[in-house]
Design a binder for this molecule. Structure first.
Ligand code: PGA
Ligand code: ZN
Length: 415
């Protein structure tokens, strides 16, 4: 039974304010914090009402406490319903999806703690034993870096050949180090600057960054014997110019129609053997997404983030259209753990790979590591270096140690 709830304003990794929530039950305790995005999807729930954290922080603790104290932390479905009722709007614009998601996650952690169970087992039911592969961020561009960085937002890698989570996270870091060397060799003036998710932020075009990324994957695969594959998050909604109806690559001065964008991405996938490409097409364009999926979806995961925003109704539209074969799962895009879970289930039932993900603005909260294991997500997207990223990766190492018989997930699961 919930006895007390605290809501406080804390820092996120960009130095912006966010909320952290403590839930205290008579024999348990849960704490969780909400992340925030920079390249958010238009149909996400609202993170905070206008005025930000400060607008709600003075009252929200009392409002939530008066409804939730006395409820059973185990009744997460009911608690999530009450949270949505408290807010009262369709898109959680009154108290903010970041507030509801932090409460929802803290309640789940308190319930797990009252059973003396790690969260992944409390949420995962029949004793999960699979660890997801970490999709690690290597080079940052777009909305996550300065204007001389590449137009494509994220250059990522997956250590598909790793046999343990420890091998996987250290393989990613090897690639990260190798990429720094390769950037420095190309650009003597590179100072080692990074973007919001801990990837390098070099003065390179997207195509130059792709070449370096692919080369680093090959070199590390050869040196370590662990196969590493390149991946991208293009965050294409950020490139889209509605006036000209083109994808605009400012850094290299290229413009591409939707058809050209589809061909450009399909070509990258074919030429370099990309494992995963996220948001290659802008949100709302299910037909464009479907066209690329038809072309490249057998070879590559075509993942929707801004297009689906962890929303099961929007995912259902995507499934209908054949748009993508994977979906990014970010709890604060939808606002509660219950609704996050519903989207994951719909994805899995339709052979869409759920990829549980961090956001560009993060805290050291490690809840998503537990969620990825509990939901048997074969891939977790959570960076490679930096305190707020390694919080999740190191928690996966601890989770694997806690399991009796841990194994890496089948990377091709649900396909
Ligand atoms: P965001 O971006 O957290 O800034 O929205 C991350 C992503 O696009 O995956
Ligand atoms: Zn994304």
């Amino acid at each position: 039974v919930i006895e007390d709830i605290r809501v406080r304003k804390i820092l996120d990794s960009r130095g912006n304010p966010t909320v952290e929530v403590d839930v205290i039950t008579w024999n348990g305790f849960g704490r969780a914090a909400a992340p925030s995005g920079a390249s958010t999807g238009a149909r996400e729930v609202v993170a905070f009402p206008e005025g930000g954290v400060d607008k709600i922080i003075s009252e929200v603790e009392d409002i939530i406490s008066s409804e939730l104290i006395g409820m059973d932390a185990e009744d997460l479905n009911e608690i999530d319903l009450v949270l949505k009722e408290i807010d009262g709007t369709e898109n959680l614009a009154a108290i903010g999806g970041n507030t509801t998601v932090a409460v929802s996650m803290a309640v789940a952690k308190a319930a797990a703690s009252s059973y003396n169970m790690p969260l992944y087992r409390f949420l995962g039911g029949n004793i999960p034993c699979e660890i997801p592969y970490p999709l690690g961020n290597m080079i940052n561009g777009g909305a996550h870096a300065g204007k001389n960085a590449p137009d494509i937002q994220e250059f990522l890698v997956v250590p598909v050949g790793a046999e343990t989570i420890t091998e996987a996270v250290f393989t990613n870091v090897n690639v990260h180090k190798k990429i720094r060397e390769l950037i420095q060799a190309k650009d003597k003036s590179f100072t080692g600057g990074k973007g919001d998710e801990g990837g390098w932020a070099p003065n390179l075009t997207s195509e130059e960054a792709i070449e370096i990324q692919v080369k680093a994957c090959e070199m590390v695969s050869d040196e370590t014997g662990v196969l590493v594959k390149p991946s991208l998050d293009m965050a294409a909604s950020e490139l889209w110019d509605p006036a000209s109806e083109e994808y605009v690559y400012n850094r290299e001065g290229a413009r591409r129609s939707t058809g050209e964008q589809v061909d450009f991405v399909a070509d990258i996938i074919d030429t370099y053997g990309y494992f995963y490409v996220e948001d290659p097409i802008r949100e709302g364009d299910f037909a464009g997404f479907a066209e690329l999926t038809k072309k490249s979806g057998k070879k590559c995961l075509i993942c929707g983030d801004d297009i689906f925003v962890t929303n099961k109704d929007i995912l259902a539209e995507g499934i209908e259209a054949g748009a993508g074969n994977a979906i990014i799962i970010k709890p604060n895009q939808i606002g509660t753990l219950t609704d996050t879970y519903k989207t994951v289930e719909l994805a899995k039932n339709n052979k869409y790979v759920p990829v549980v993900s961090h956001r560009s603005g993060e805290t050291t909260d490690d809840t998503i590591a537990h969620m990825a294991v509990a939901f048997s997500s074969p891939i977790i997207k959570t960076g490679a270096v930096g305190g707020e990223r390694i919080a999740k990766l190191n928690e996966l190492v601890r989770i694997a140690e806690e399991m009796t018989n841990p194994k890496m997930a089948d990377i091709n699961k649900y396909r």
